[in-house]
Design a binder for this molecule. Structure first.
Ligand code: MLT
Length: 349
C-alpha cells in the first residue's frame, strides 16, 4: 500500500532539494550562466538544452577518434576533496575529449595537509590561469562558496555533501529518455507522466535531491521508497509521494532508481541491520520480476551488490547502469562546452 501524500510547495525545509546555502539563481537556462551549481539553476528549459547538446556529444563519443577541438587552450581543474571513481574520470575524460588541458588536484597530496585553507587553495589554483573548476566536497554548499571566491573561472558542482549532484541528474534524465525511446516506450518530450521510484537512502543522497528536482521539472511522477529513518527529516518542498512498500510500487513504474546506502554518512544507527534492509528494500530477482516489461533499473554507482540490488539484477538487460556511465561523459562534455565553449564547430580534432 502506498503511504504518504504528495507535496507540491516549493519553499520550506532546509532539506528540500536545491536548498542548503545556495543563493537563488537569476539567469537561466545554462547558455547565459557561468557556473553549474544546482539543477534548480537550469529549470526544464536548461535541462532540455543540455540534453539536446548531449546528442551531439554521444555522436562524437562514437567516432573512431572521439575528440573535438572545442575547448583547445582552455584549462579545467578537478578539485575533489572526497573519493570518486566515475565522476572524476568522467569529467576529466569529457574535458580531454573537448581538447581542454586537465589539472587534477588531490587533497591528500596537497598543501591542505600543511594547513592551507580551502580559500587559499582555490585562489592559488585560479592564479595559474584556469577556465573551470570542478568541485566535489563533503560540505554542502562548498561549490557556492568557491564560486564567490573566484573571479574568472566557471565552477561546476560535482557533488556537495548530501546536497546536490547536478550532472548526475542530467545524465540520468538523458539515459531515461534514450533508453525508454530505444524500447519504444516513451516518445513524448521531457519525462512527461513517467513514473519513477527512488529507493533507499534518500536522506543522505545528493543524487536523490538533484534527481527529484530534474525529474519533477520534466514532468515525471516521483515516489520515494525508504524506511522512515532513511528519509529526510522534512519533505516540505519535495514534489514526491512516499511509500514504505517496495513491492506495491514496482508494478506501476517506468523506472526504479536504487540508491547506495551511504554508510560513511550515517552517524546514528538508522537501520536494525543491513540484512533486514536488503530483505525489505533490496531489489531482488523476484522483486525485479514485478516491474512492467521495458521498465528501467538504474543506480548512480558505486553499486553495493547484494545490498540495495542483487548481483544478478544489476546485470539484467533492463539494468542501464553502464549506459548511465557512458552518457555521463557526453553530458559533461555538453555542460563544459556550454559553460566554456568558444563557439568552435564540433569538427574532428
Ligand atoms: C555520489 O557521489 O553521490 C555517488 O555518485 C552516489 C553514491 O556515492 O552513492
Amino acid at each position: 500500500m502506498t503511504t504518504g501524500t504528495t507535496t507540491t510547495t516549493t519553499t520550506g525545509a532546509s532539506t528540500a532539494p536545491g536548498s542548503a546555502s545556495a543563493p537563488a539563481s537569476t539567469d537561466s537556462p545554462i547558455g547565459g550562466r557561468r557556473h553549474l551549481l544546482s539543477i534548480a539553476d537550469l529549470g526544464a528549459e536548461g535541462i532540455e538544452e543540455v540534453m539536446k547538446l548531449t546528442d551531439s556529444f554521444v555522436e562524437v563519443s562514437s567516432r573512431a577518434i572521439p575528440k573535438v577541438p572545442a575547448l583547445r587552450g582552455k584549462t579545467v581543474v578537478s578539485l575533489f576533496f572526497e573519493e570518486s571513481t566515475r565522476t572524476r574520470l568522467s569529467f576529466e575524460t569529457a574535458a580531454r575529449r573537448l581538447s581542454a588541458d586537465v589539472m587534477t588536484f588531490s587533497s591528500s597530496s596537497s598543501s591542505i595537509k600543511k594547513g592551507e585553507s580551502l580559500r587559499d587553495t582555490v585562489q592559488t589554483i585560479e592564479a595559474m590561469g584556469i577556465d573551470a573548476v570542478i568541485v566535489r566536497h563533503a560540505g554542502s554548499g562548498v561549490p557556492w562558496q568557491v564560486s564567490r571566491w573566484v573571479h574568472g573561472p566557471s565552477v561546476i558542482n560535482a557533488g556537495d555533501g548530501w546536497h546536490e549532484h547536478p550532472t548526475q541528474a542530467l545524465l540520468d534524465c538523458y539515459t531515461i529518455r534514450q533508453q525508454l525511446r530505444a524500447r519504444g516506450i516513451q516518445s513524448a518530450p521531457a519525462l512527461d507522466g513517467l513514473r519513477i521510484a527512488i529507493v533507499g537512502d534518500v536522506r543522505h543522497s545528493r543524487v536523490a535531491r538533484s534527481g527529484v528536482l530534474a525529474f519533477a521539472a520534466l514532468g515525471a511522477h516521483i515516489t520515494l521508497v525508504a524506511p522512515p529513518t532513511l528519509l529526510p527529516a522534512s519533505l516540505v518542498g519535495w514534489p514526491v509521494e512516499v511509500s514504505h512498500d517496495l513491492e506495491s510500487v514496482l508494478p506501476k513504474l517506468d523506472v526504479v532508481y536504487l540508491l547506495r546506502l551511504q554508510q560513511e554518512r550515517m552517524i546514528e544507527a538508522l537501520l536494525p541491520s543491513l540484512r533486514e534492509y536488503t530483505a525489505t528494500y533490496g531489489l531482488t530477482r523476484q522483486r525485479a520480476g514485478l516491474l512492467p516489461e521495458g521498465a528501467l533499473i538504474m543506480h548512480p554507482g558505486p553499486v553495493n551488490r547484494g545490498v540495495e540490488i542483487a548481483a544478478e539484477v544489476a546485470d539484467l538487460p533492463s539494468s542501464v547502469i553502464t549506459n548511465q556511465v557512458a552518457n555521463g561523459v557526453a553530458v559533461r562534455m555538453a555542460v563544459l562546452y556550454r559553460l566554456l565553449g568558444s563557439g568552435v564547430e564540433l569538427a574532428v580534432a
